[in-house]
Write a protein that binds this ligand. Structure first.
Ligand code: ZN
Ligand code: ZN
Length: 293
């Protein structure tokens, strides 16, 4: 009895060795590297991988996801709003590069008077020198922008790119020189004027007959900020004013482009900055700023 048990064990042991040996050298199995796709966008995280013959659940063959954290993507349809005559948009993995020549697709007294979009200054008592000229603004932004642990103050120069092409500036007009009422009265109806780096917006556009495209007290897309978050007009898609905005005018909610998904986005704050002027963006950036060159 003992002898037969021993011989049975021997047979089982030999069978075990044989089966293990067979599975280890199965020539039909080609083990490959799989990358984790935590946000289920079909793109894998190059830093989290597994070697296996068969695709593990939650892993993909792609390794191009530089931000695999489950964050909402900036809705790609928002990029269709940009003026194609001025702005070139290109996508690469989880990033988008925006290049603009800074020239708007609307009328302005800041165009040279031979330009088809030139109009006389309809209001305001002076203008800054110079004409709208071709410039160059380039920024690469994440398609999955994240809120930063601390906000960042904006500086002089471009802090965003508008859908019309020109850059968005903040509430400063020079070093230690806040945007003031005399400066505001020199802006065109688009809320823009010329500066050393070219034509740029500070204010929400005015509600005048000349304004046929720019946002005024509505839900239109204004542009994209240097942290990758979209900036919208004062209202939501349903015509209401958003509530519970943070100090930069931002909140999580649906937008005209987000297809029902809640994404973080900014609004023009529904408040007068000086007089009856509404500032496009006077707060801090709540994400991580990227340099607009
Ligand atoms: Zn300015
Ligand atoms: Zn909103």
């Amino acid at each position: 009895m003992l002898k037969s048990l021993l011989s049975l064990c021997t047979v089982l042991f030999i069978t075990f060795i044989f089966v293990s040996h067979t599975s280890c050298t199965d020539e039909d199995c080609e083990a490959v590297v799989w990358y984790e796709d935590a946000d289920s966008d079909g793109l894998g995280n190059p830093n989290v991988s597994r070697v296996a013959c068969d695709q593990p659940s939650g892993f993909v063959a792609d390794a191009s996801d530089s931000n695999d954290t489950g964050l909402a993507s900036t809705p790609l349809s928002a990029f269709d709003e940009f003026n194609p005559d001025a702005v070139t948009i290109s996508f690469d993995g989880d990033e988008v590069t925006i290049v603009s020549n800074g020239q708007p697709n609307h009328t302005s007294p800041y165009w040279e008077d031979t330009h088809p979009l030139y109009i006389e200054q309809a209001f305001g008592d002076h203008t800054t020198p110079g004409f709208i000229r071709e410039g160059s603004f380039t920024v690469t932004l994440p398609l999955y922008p994240e809120l930063a642990s601390s906000s960042s103050a904006t500086g002089l120069g471009a802090i965003g790119i508008s859908v019309h092409g020109p850059p968005i500036f903040n509430d400063e007009e020079g070093p230690n020189r806040p945007f003031d009422e005399p400066t505001a009265t020199g802006l065109d109806y688009a809320g823009a004027h010329n500066g050393p780096s070219g034509y740029h917006y500070h204010l929400e556009a005015a509600d005048v007959p000349e304004n046929t495209t720019l946002s005024h007290d509505d839900e239109k897309l204004i542009g994209i900020m240097a942290d990758g978050f979209l900036l919208y007009g004062r209202k939501e898609l349903d015509g209401s004013y958003p509530t519970g905005l943070d100090e930069s005018g931002g909140h999580f909610g649906t937008t005209p482009h987000s297809d029902g998904e809640e994404i973080y986005h900014y609004h023009i704050k529904n408040e007068f900055y000086i007089g009856s002027y509404v500032m496009l963006f006077g707060g801090d950036l709540q994400g991580t700023p990227n340099t607009i060159l």
